[in-house]
Design a binder for this molecule. Structure first.
Ligand SMILES: [Zn+2]
Length: 148
């Protein structure tokens, strides 16, 4: 995504968990503990992936996108579909996205990455852009957003 920034990747942590599991220092019951809420979010707002579950290897992983931020008010902490994120990124200044992978087969779940989205990222390199001779454009865009 264009405005994605401050990306934190959790693949190292995930590999460490899988190593611990392989070594028998932790059990599958420690890591396959997806809550009913998380599984519902995966079913209704999840993004299917082509990645096999590293634990059961029989299901593909689903990515769930959770959004956090002051501007979201009561929507903070909710799961959103991937398609909804660019729309939110155009309307909000800044919000945090947490991506969690879930297996609906064995309940494995782990944080994949986190990043910031929002209009603040678009303003970089010229916040005054479009101000000259483009007075009608922002108004039109605002009107379209209001209709959604
Ligand atoms: Zn699984």
């Amino acid at each position: 995504m264009r405005t994605q920034r401050q990306v934190v990747d959790y693949s190292l942590q995930k590999r460490a968990v899988l190593r611990e599991l392989l070594a028998g220092r932790i059990g599958t019951y420690d890591v396959c503990d997806a809550s009913p809420y998380l599984k519902n979010a995966a079913r209704f707002h999840g993004e299917p992936t082509d990645d096999r579950c590293p634990i059961c290897r029989s299901e593909n992983l689903t990515h769930v996108h959770y959004i956090y931020g002051d501007e979201l008010k009561q929507s903070a902490g909710q799961a959103r579909t991937l398609a909804e994120l660019p729309v939110l990124a155009m309307t909000l200044r800044e919000f945090q996205v947490f991506v969690v992978e879930v297996c609906l087969g064995c309940d494995w779940n782990h944080l994949v990455e986190q990043y910031l989205l929002g209009r603040d990222g678009l303003a970089e390199g010229g916040p005054e852009q479009g101000a000259v001779g483009g007075a009608a454009a922002p108004t039109g865009r605002r009107r379209r957003e209001a209709q959604r």
